[in-house]
Design a protein around this ligand. Structure first.
Ligand SMILES: [Fe+2]
Ligand SMILES: [Fe+2]
Length: 289
């Protein structure tokens, strides 16, 4: 499928999606906005985020996901040492205000440093550092809505707990009998390992990391954008007992991703040796993208 530039990049910055999640899921104690308040949230960015979800929900079909898996899980695009991959990700520049937005590497480091400060195991820290590396998909020319955005299972009914569920009306799968029932192509409680998720940076990075990190780390990476489950519990009927156990880690990870942003950029130079050591402990010298 060929997309226009407006369809490839509806957002000025992929950060607009994450900023929007913060509005939807504000930090604990602060009262959550009601659905109505959320929708009327007065910000011009809201309209571009809405358009972003319209595109995401329209085009992320079962077939689209299968096609992206075939295209990207060959890992024949680029081979890089991890630090080079981070620097590559940082070449992702967008139209947003460079003075107020932290770059990609800074978000990774703030996430991982917040995890480290709380005394978690080193593989958890490493996971915080790596979790968004899959966003390099943007640099391979992929549309924003096929890199970021809330993820959801494809091949079965879309939950109305997914943000802007009305946009699924335009998704051909919702008219397709194979895919529009509660279980669709799946069996009850078949386990998420048997479920295809909408395509994006989570699944892509999971596939790159799956041989190297402990299982809780892999769950955090693979499902960190699956808000309709880890926040709304909309897909319990596809999960098995093991998924539920592992989602405790996904839940543990999420606040670090969402609420670790502080305006002071971390000192990359100072932190680099610690992370180089972590890479050496768990990962091969280069990764294939
Ligand atoms: Fe992410
Ligand atoms: Fe993130």
């Amino acid at each position: 499928m060929n997309f226009t530039q407006a369809e490839i990049a509806p957002l000025a910055s992929i950060e607009e999606w994450e900023d929007d999640i913060l509005v939807r899921y504000p930090e604990a104690e602060k009262p959550a906005k009601s659905k109505e308040e959320y929708r009327n949230y007065d910000d011009p960015k809201r309209e571009t985020v809405k358009e972003f979800y319209r595109l995401n929900h329209t085009y992320q079909t079962y077939d689209f996901v299968k096609q992206k898996q075939a295209e990207f899980l060959k890992f024949d695009k680029k081979e890089m040492p991890i630090w080079d991959a981070c620097n590559f990700l940082n070449t992702l520049v967008d139209d947003s205000d460079p003075d107020t937005d932290l770059d990609q590497l800074q978000h990774l480091l703030q996430t991982s440093e917040a995890i480290r400060a709380d005394g978690h195991p080193d593989w958890f820290v490493l996971t915080g550092f790596l979790h968004d590396l899959g966003k390099v998909l943007c640099l391979f020319g992929e549309p924003q809505w096929a890199v970021v955005g809330d993820t959801f299972p494809v091949g079965c009914q879309h939950s109305d707990k997914i943000v802007y569920p009305e946009f699924f009306e335009a998704n051909p799968d919702s008219k397709d009998e194979r895919y529009n029932t509660k279980y669709g192509v799946y069996e009850p409680n078949c386990g998420l390992r048997n479920v295809d998720m909408s395509w994006g940076h989570d699944e892509y990075l999971y596939q790159i990391m799956k041989d190297y990190l402990p299982e809780p780390a892999l769950y955090m990476i693979r499902y960190h954008s699956f808000y309709s489950q880890h926040r709304e519990h909309a897909y319990d009927h596809l999960m098995d007992a093991h998924d539920h156990e592992m989602f405790e880690w996904v839940n543990k990870f999420n606040p670090y991703d969402l609420y670790s942003k502080v305006p002071t950029p971390p000192n990359v130079k100072e932190l680099k040796p610690y992370y180089e050591e972590l890479f050496a402990k768990y990962l091969p010298a280069t990764l294939k993208f």
